[in-house]
Design a protein around this ligand. Structure first.
Ligand code: SF4
Length: 253
């Protein structure tokens, strides 16, 4: 199947079935989403949603975060991954928002990436979710699922995946496609064992196509091997029978 066809099926399927996919992180304003996304690096959304209610209550604004200490922030996020670094990032992020951005979350990639703890992926999430700018953040799920389905080819870095997706997806679907891929990766196309048996995307998934072509070829090769062995055995039996018959005749048995 051509790549363009895979894209067409991908957009058609998800536009019909999950037109309004959104992030599973809980937040009620841009500042809270920024905090939650920084915390979510290499951690589950479920875990983040467990710690953010108390965190947001204690730190409702960039000022409150800026005025706190790293140690105190740490005490609220100790159960997430890399709490030391993330506490430092949140503290630095709060201070920079207050000092350089008038306590507002910036709406462009360049400024967002100046904030501690904010890389390209986080910045993409913020501009697309909060500011409705067509962008696609590539995390581990997006990277893996886009590759398995066949939306990307030889894309070895998140940036390469991002570029290929931007090149082929309709602009209007970029932001939501991020959630389509994440949710599909989180619940069906799992990293270690994709649940292809219940996946609705098999008819255009490259991974599935290849796996089935390989298993069909393997089945055909095994059948052919068995056929050859049976023919060989038959020939051997016939030869043995002939030889025994000749011995009987010679000995006049
Ligand atoms: S068919 Fe399998 S590999 Fe392809 S998207 Fe579905 S779960 Fe993933």
């Amino acid at each position: 199947m051509l790549k363009q066809e895979r894209y067409r099926h991908f957009v058609d399927y998800f536009s019909k079935n999950q037109p309004n996919a959104v992030t599973e992180l809980h937040y009620s304003n841009p500042f809270e989403l920024l905090v939650a996304v920084i915390l979510s690096a290499q951690c589950t959304d479920k875990r983040i949603n467990q710690v953010t209610p108390a965190l947001f209550e204690r730190y409702p604004t960039p000022e409150s975060l800026a005025e706190s200490t790293v140690e105190e922030i740490f005490s609220y996020i100790r159960s997430v991954s890399y709490p030391n670094n993330k506490a430092k990032h949140l503290s630095g992020m709060g201070q920079m928002l207050v000092e350089k951005f008038n306590s507002e979350v910036p709406g462009n990639m360049e400024d967002l990436q100046k904030l501690p703890g904010v890389g390209r992926k986080t910045a993409n999430v913020i501009v697309s979710v909060i500011f409705d700018i067509p962008a696609i953040a590539v995390d581990t799920h997006v990277f893996r699922v886009a590759n398995r389905i066949g939306l990307t080819t030889n894309a070895r870095t998140p940036l390469a995946v991002e570029r290929q997706l931007i090149e082929h997806l309709p602009k209007s679907t970029l932001s939501v496609a991020h959630h389509w891929l994440i949710l599909h990766g989180r619940y069906i196309c799992l990293a270690r064992r994709p649940k292809c048996e219940i996946c609705p995307l098999t008819y255009f998934c490259r991974y599935y196509e290849r796996a089935n072509t390989e298993s069909a070829l393997l089945k055909a090769a095994t059948a052919q091997q068995k056929k050859l062995e049976a023919a060989k055995k038959k020939k051997l039996n016939a030869t043995t029978h002939k030889a025994l018959k000749k011995i009987s005749v010679d000995k006049n048995i």
